[in-house]
Design a protein around this ligand. Structure first.
Ligand SMILES: Nc1nc2c(ncn2[C@@H]2O[C@H](COP(=O)(O)OP(=O)(O)O)[C@@H](O)[C@H]2O)c(=O)[nH]1
Ligand SMILES: [Mg+2]
Length: 260
């Protein structure tokens, strides 16, 4: 009992924050992944029968214990709409980016790029990741961790690993850029049975391990926008978006009404 209390006090003193932002195409499973991380089905609205999808970025928090480090983390998960689907205007994208940066007030420890085994990784996806990298700068790529949803399609981790090694070249190139910081997620695992719960816990522990690796590699510093004044961030984001938009238009990558 006493020992438990001491351990609890120690862990509270060591409490650390991890702000993570889920990004990726609509339908890849960002909200479902957020729910798996929170161990709370329905915390973020997933696309269901009525097709309701995330409209605006939202943040939810959970505590995750890292038993190896004997440390407890407050993990703040930001779920975003599909920012780079190609249907959003500069105004919408800049508003959402500002919102994300405002929600993750200590900065972003890791960007979680959510991909799915169900939707093929196209060259378009690779391009939108390039856009994201140019928009946020190298600081964002250095902090990117990949989650691949649809892990339930595989019998075991061996089959999952084989899927990754035989993936299309542009996906392998991207994973290589992220230094293969990748974890498979099965968001269909149920909290109501022991096997499902322990699978969900294993997945999020592995994700936290990769997030912590990213934090360490970046000297403990989260990603922050260089300009802290809220209104200035908005203008800076817009300016960068416009620049990116013009560059893409010059290269014939986008239509005139979308930015990506
Ligand atoms: N089979 C399976 N379906 C998933 C998984 N993750 C998400 N989905 C489903 O994929 C659809 C889109 O998920 P959602 O989280 O709304 O995607 P978002 O638009 O990226 O937020 C929903 O119907 C989810 O139930 C997974 O790991 N396995
Ligand atoms: Mg969603």
């Amino acid at each position: 009992m006493q020992k438990g209390r001491i351990l609890q006090a120690y862990m509270a003193a060591m409490d650390d924050i991890r702000n993570i932002v889920l990004v990726g195409k609509t339908g890849n499973g960002k909200s479902a992944t957020g729910n798996s991380i929170l161990l709370q089905k329905g915390a973020f609205k997933e696309a269901g029968f009525f097709g309701s999808v995330t409209q605006t970025s939202e943040m939810k928090s959970t505590k995750i214990t890292d038993y190896e480090d004997v440390k407890e983390y407050t993990v703040n998960v930001v779920d975003t709409p599909g920012l780079f689907d190609g249907t959003n205007t500069i105004e919408e994208v800049s508003r959402e980016i500002v919102r994300c940066m405002t929600l993750a007030k200590e900065g972003v420890h890791a960007f979680i790029m959510v991909l799915s085994t169900k939707s093929p990784f196209t060259e378009e996806d690779a391009k939108s990741i390039d856009h994201l990298q140019r928009l946020f700068g190298p600081g964002a790529v250095d902090r990117m961790v990949v989650v691949i949803t649809g892990g339930d399609a595989f019998q075991d981790t061996f089959e999952g690993t084989r899927f990754l090694t035989t993936a299309p070249r542009h996906l392998r190139n991207f994973l290589h850029k992220c230094q293969t910081r990748v974890v498979l997620f099965d968001n269909t695992a149920k909290l109501t049975n022991e096997e499902g719960r322990s699978k969900l816990e294993r997945q999020r522990s592995e994700l936290l391990r990769l997030v912590n690796q990213v934090v360490k590699e970046n000297g403990g510093k989260p990603y922050t926008n260089e300009i802290t004044e809220r209104i200035s961030i908005r203008e800076a984001v817009k300016a960068r978006l416009r620049q990116e938009f013009r560059r893409s238009a010059r290269n014939g990558e986008v239509s005139s009404c979308s930015i990506m």
